[in-house]
Design a binder for this molecule. Structure first.
Ligand code: ADP
Ligand code: ZN
Length: 652
């Protein structure tokens, strides 16, 4: 009998979910979950088989050309999860499935720094209470928030939970860590302890390496996974535990369709598997803390640093707008630490050399020709757009502008140069997106810091997270207010969390630490809160603001962006959408719902695309999912592309 395969394609919204093709008789080994090649309108296409059946359709069918995978690379649970993603994020089934398969950049494999010991530490009282409670919930669906100050030893609790899973159950576990962060330390520690049971699905791995690890999980050969965002799809057998470290981190949100959040996918997976989810953070997302306070999530608190050191004192110092990049007080403190052979971390959350290029004659900043964004000056006379990657030569631009250009502001490259000048002979390294093109740099630099072969580490937010270096006694933040001006309701949360995280890098060993935050506006609310390192107080204030302005967690958001290289087309489509939504709102009389816009996005042009958006604020998300699927996604076509973002994390 002839067999047929339903195939899902990695393309956006389609009316027909899958295509049906005939399976050639000789392809006896084709199974659900394998990728295949076939022709569609004379073009070679690839898709994933999601069903095999005998139902002959009424029309004549083409045959599958080639089987790509010998064995399935997607299992039944993943297909079920993809259906949920399709519905929840209003995307296509194929796009959802393809998010689960390792793909992407061909990165270098990073050797983790040789650190840590293979032994489990004895948990302290607070850690033990959290551990026991979480452990006792394994086997039932439950969510926990492990809220512990920086250095309180959350990682050790995770390790004990993994150990329990491996030795006392036949379940598997997933540990999610943020992207581009200094998680090599955790990674290596886990490798030492769990050895062959551990699989990595990290963005630092080569695709081939990631794929190999992925297949081992699929076959049930390994039971513990550690990885970045997409590791939430790891096809482990008998999932029992998911841990999301730094659960507030923005890198857990995907930026292309389906725009999933790893936390939401995790919640769905623990539902399907009766598993346990642990969210860990020193600065939980407002949503998670809100739910913990309401008792929807179990709250566990670690109030003390594990090694009996205390949190560092933080001072917020005014920074005058003068030529000096770093203030006198901070410079003096750096010198003191260097004299004592202690280490310093300096954060400036801006990459490049000078973030602004000013045209004196025209009295404006130089913009990218493709984006609503200022061009940034980088080392070696390069001028770069951070939004689209456009680049040019400074000398050429200077000539074209009759020598009227002037560099303004400072990024990490300038800070590096400045510090080398101020402290001749200092051993300094810089970590930011530019210095880490070669991924080995990160682990090498961290090893150097830990082995005390480095005096100063400087960089962007990349250096704020996770790092555990006991001889760092001073952390300085230069120009701390950058980021607060962004037109985004989460800007405050982001800056507070960044400052708390980076402050947490100081004084983790025996030596007492100190943190200095330099800023133009010392009385900014968020900076004052960061000074107290008081998350609870920050939460109380911020949650009131969210409530009064009507933002999550009090109301859910859906964002629709229309973008096109033709301005009028993008505008036309967003206006059509606005009419559809407003009519729907009127007809259905949906309560407490607001449709904001359409307006231009804050970044109006990116990569030569014009962008408009609409924000739906409503707790009736499902009704809007329906109307979007029925009437709106069909407006997305070759000229105008629509982005549907359910629960967006930023609105730029
Ligand atoms: P967090 O992730 O909460 O910031 P870490 O897990 O990095 O904190 O722990 C901070 C430091 O304390 C690490 O050096 C870790 O080895 C140490 N530590 C954690 N738990 C214990 C413990 N129970 N006894 C001794 N040291 C501990
Ligand atoms: Zn650009």
């Amino acid at each position: 009998m002839i067999k047929y395969a339903d195939i899902a394609l990695n393309i956006p919204f389609k009316t027909e979910e899958t295509l049906t093709y005939q399976i050639p008789e000789e392809m006896t080994n084709l199974k659900v979950g394998c990728r295949v090649e076939f022709e569609l309108r004379n073009k070679k296409m690839e898709g994933l088989v999601i069903e095999i059946h005998f139902n002959m359709p009424s029309f004549e069918l083409k045959r599958i050309k080639r089987q790509i995978d010998k064995e399935p690379i997607i299992n039944a649970e993943q297909i079920q999860l993809a259906y949920w993603m399709r519905d929840f994020y209003v995307s296509s089934l194929g796009e959802s499935l393809y998010k689960m398969i390792p793909s992407g950049r061909k990165n270098q494999l990073s050797e983790p720094a040789p650190l840590g010991s293979p032994e489990l530490l004895k948990l302290n009282e607070e850690q033990n209470i959290s551990y026991e409670k979480i452990k006792s919930s394994i086997g039932k669906e439950s969510i926990h928030l492990l809220y512990g100050i920086t250095g309180s030893g959350k990682t050790e609790v995770y390790i004990h939970l993994f150990h329990h899973i491996l030795t006392q159950t036949d379940k598997s576990a997933i540990l999610l860590v943020p992207e581009i962060s200094l998680t090599f330390q955790i990674l290596h520690r886990l490798e030492l302890i769990f050895g062959k049971q551990l699989a990595l699905i990290h963005s630092n791995l080569r695709v081939s390496e990631r794929f190999k690890n992925y297949l081992q999980l699929l076959r049930g050969e390994k039971r513990i996974v550690i990885g970045t965002r997409s590791a939430i799809f790891a096809p482990v057998k008998n999932l029992g535990l998911i841990i999301m470290d730094e659960e507030h981190d923005m890198s857990y949100k995907e930026h292309s369709s389906p725009r999933y959040h790893a936390r939401q996918v995790a919640q769905q997976r623990i539902k399907m598997n009766h598993a346990t989810l642990v969210l860990g953070s020193a600065t939980p997302s407002l949503e998670s803390f809100y739910h913990a306070k309401k008792g929807i999530i179990n709250l566990h608190v670690l109030t003390k640093r594990a090694k009996n050191s205390s949190l560092s004192t933080v001072s917020v110092l005014p920074k005058k707008e003068d030529k000096e990049l770093v203030g006198e007080d901070l410079l003096f403190k750096i010198k003191q630490r260097l004299d004592k052979k202690e280490q310093v971390i300096l954060l400036l959350n801006r990459r490049g050399y000078s973030p602004l290029i000013y045209n004196r004659k025209e009295k404006k900043f130089l913009e990218c020709p493709n984006c609503t964004s200022n061009l940034c000056f980088h080392n070696k006379g390069k001028v770069i757009c951070h939004l689209c990657g456009y680049s040019d030569k400074y000398l050429k631009l200077q000539k074209e502008n009759f020598d009227n250009l002037e560099l303004m502001g400072a990024g990490t490259q300038k800070l590096e140069e400045y510090l080398l000048e101020k402290f001749p002979g200092v051993r300094l390294e810089r970590l930011d997106q530019d210095s880490t093109k070669n991924r080995e740099v990160i682990s090498e630099t961290i090893s150097k810091l830990i082995n005390k072969e480095l005096d100063i580490l400087t960089g962007t937010q990349m250096i704020a997270k996770g790092l555990d270096a006991p001889s760092v006694t001073l952390v300085g933040v230069v120009n701390a207010a950058s980021g607060l001006g962004l037109p985004d309701f989460r800007a405050g949360e982001r800056v507070f969390s960044l400052l708390t995280q980076v402050a947490g890098r100081a004084g983790r060993g025996e030596l007492k630490g100190e943190v200095v935050i330099e800023t133009l506006n010392t009385d900014h609310r968020i900076l004052q809160l960061s000074k107290d390192q008081n998350y609870d107080k920050f939460y109380e204030e911020e949650i009131q603001i969210r409530k009064s302005l009507g933002f999550p967690p009090f109301i859910r958001l859906i964002r629709i962006v229309s973008r096109s290289s033709k301005e009028e087309k993008a505008r036309e489509v967003i206006e059509k959408i606005s009419i559809i939504l407003n009519e729907f709102l009127k007809e259905e009389k949906i309560p407490s719902t607001y449709i904001l816009g359409p307006v231009e996005c804050p970044f109006y042009r990116i990569d030569s695309n014009f962008r408009f958006h609409i924000l739906i604020k409503s707790n009736e998300q499902n009704k809007f999912r329906d109307i979007i699927r029925k009437k709106i996604i069909s407006l997305s076509g070759s000229q105008v592309y629509l982005e549907i973002d359910i629960d967006p994390v930023d609105l730029v």
